[in-house]
Write a new protein. Structure first.
Length: 292
C-alpha cells in the first residue's frame, strides 16, 4: 500500500507540471501574437501618414479575426497539447525582437519565420499547425501580399480597368478609356492607381475566410473554396461600383475616395468577406445527419 501511495504522489507533480507547461505555452502564443499586432499598429500610427477610417477598418478586421482564431485554436487544444520545446521558445523570442524595429512591416517578417517554423516542424500536430497557418496568413496580408501585388500590378491593371470600363458602358451608356484613366465627361477623368485596386484586399479576404474556418473548426474543402471565390467576386464588384461612382464629378470623387463613401465601401467589403463564410457554416451546421 505504501508503494501505491508513493506512486500516486509521484504522478501528481508531473500532471501539475504538464498543466503549467500548457498554460505557459498558451500565454506565450497569445503574447507573441498580440505583441506583434500591437507593435505594427502603433508603428503605423507613429510613422505613417494619418490613417483614414477605411484603413482602420481594413486593418482592424483582419487582425481581430486572426487573434480570435488563434484564441479558439488554443482553447480547442487537447489536454497536454500545447507544450513548447526549447527550440520553439527560442524562435519566438528571436521573432519578438522585431517588435522594436521601427518598421511596421518588419514585425510580420518575423511572424512569417515563426509561422513557417511551426508549419514545418509541428505540421502534424494540432493546434500548432493551425496557429502556424494563421500567422502565415496574417503575414501574407500585412507584408507579402502587398509586395507581390506591387510587382504584378502592371499586369493586373489592364484587366481591372477593362472590367470597370465594360461595366461603365452599361451604367453610363458610354465611357472614355485611355490607359488607366476613365471618363464620362470631357473635363473630368480619374486614374485607377495601385491603391485604388480591389486586388489588394483579396489577401484580407483570405485571412478572414481562414480565420472563420478555424473558429468554426471546418476544414478547407472545395465548397469552402467556392465561398472564398464568392467573397472575391463581391469585393471586386464593390470596388468597381465605387470607382464608377467617382466618375460624374469632382465632388463625387472626394466623397467616395476621401470622406464617408470610402468608409462605407470598407465596411461593405468587410461584410462581403465575412457573411458568405458565416452563411455557409450556418447552412452546414443545419444539415441533418443521416442515421442508419
Amino acid at each position: 500500500m505504501a508503494d501505491v501511495a508513493q506512486g500516486g504522489t509521484d504522478r501528481r507533480p508531473d500532471a501539475r507540471g504538464a498543466g503549467l507547461a500548457d498554460r505557459a505555452a498558451a500565454w506565450t502564443v497569445l503574447m507573441f501574437s498580440a505583441g506583434t499586432v500591437l507593435s505594427a499598429a502603433l508603428q503605423r500610427h507613429l510613422f505613417e501618414p494619418t490613417q483614414t477610417a477605411q484603413h482602420l477598418i481594413e486593418f482592424n478586421v483582419g487582425e481581430a479575426f486572426a487573434l480570435a482564431a488563434l484564441l479558439c485554436q488554443i482553447l480547442a487544444a487537447p489536454a497536454r497539447g500545447m507544450v513548447l520545446a526549447r527550440s520553439d521558445r527560442t524562435v519566438l523570442a528571436l521573432s519578438a525582437l522585431a517588435w522594436f524595429i521601427p518598421e511596421p512591416h518588419g514585425v510580420y517578417l518575423a511572424m512569417t519565420l515563426a509561422g513557417g517554423w511551426f508549419l514545418l516542424r509541428r505540421r502534424g500536430e494540432r493546434p500548432w499547425s493551425g496557429i502556424g497557418q494563421i500567422w502565415v496568413a496574417l503575414s501574407i496580408y500585412e507584408l507579402w501580399g502587398k509586395l507581390v501585388f506591387r510587382i504584378l500590378y502592371q499586369s493586373l491593371e489592364g484587366v481591372e480597368v477593362g472590367l470597370i470600363s465594360g461595366i461603365g458602358r452599361l451604367v453610363y451608356g458610354g465611357i472614355g478609356l485611355e490607359g488607366a484613366s476613365l471618363r464620362v465627361r470631357s473635363d473630368w477623368a480619374i486614374t485607377v492607381l495601385e491603391g485604388c485596386s480591389s486586388f489588394h484586399n483579396l489577401s484580407l479576404a483570405v485571412l478572414v475566410w481562414l480565420s472563420i474556418l478555424k473558429i468554426a473548426e471546418r476544414p478547407v474543402s472545395r465548397a469552402a473554396l467556392g465561398v472564398l471565390a464568392t467573397s472575391f467576386g463581391l469585393v471586386v464588384a464593390i470596388n468597381a461600383a465605387r470607382i464608377l461612382a467617382m466618375l460624374p464629378s469632382r465632388e463625387a470623387f472626394h466623397f467616395w475616395h476621401d470622406h464617408l463613401g470610402s468608409s462605407l465601401v470598407a465596411l461593405s467589403s468587410a461584410v462581403a468577406m465575412i457573411v458568405p463564410a458565416l452563411l455557409w457554416i450556418e447552412e452546414r451546421g443545419c444539415v441533418p445527419s443521416r442515421r442508419s
